[in-house]
Design a protein around this ligand. Sequence first.
Ligand code: IMP
Length: 177
Amino acid sequence: MPVINVHDKKFDTYLSEEVIHQRIKELAAAINNDYEGRRPLFIAILNGSFMFASDLFKQLTIEAELCFIKLASYKGMKSSGNVVTSIGLDDDLFGKEVIIVEDIVDTGKTLHNFLPKLEHQQPKSLKIAALLHKKEATAYPLKLDYVGFEIPDKFVVGYGLDYDGLGRNLKEIYQLV
Ligand code: IMP
């Protein structure tokens, strides 16, 4: 397994492309089963979730909608935690079956702060699909409904996730050495 450099840091291969894709197939199968006939709206949070959202969406066999929104930025290797606002949420969520698509839940602050804004619009249901979850780091109460992988509290890059802007294009997920 190769060690790679992103900026000034070294990262080790952690989750291979095959392992990620297999797990996404399993998540999609669960969603296909749970949402048959319900036509959910997936709200994917940019930038990090673009690959996950794309691969998950391709595995859906049910009718579903997808939109992308942007929340706060994440600078360097510590969560800034300052959720500013959401950009791009044009859909009226009233009565909709909403599934948030997030790349990683770390402290949980981003989603914890953002969910009330969505709940305010009275969707019929509101669930969360996260590819990665740093359980030990999560300090804000959050119910995750579909989780790809529970991972240790170590910084990761690849498959949409960046370290200071780089690494998003990597097909695998790498962990800080
Ligand atoms: P939270 O608010 O602390 O849960 O942070 C959520 C956001 O921080 C994620 O959507 C990511 O953009 C970013 N983030 C958290 N941990 C990592 C990591 O290990 N690598 C890259 N980005 C991360």
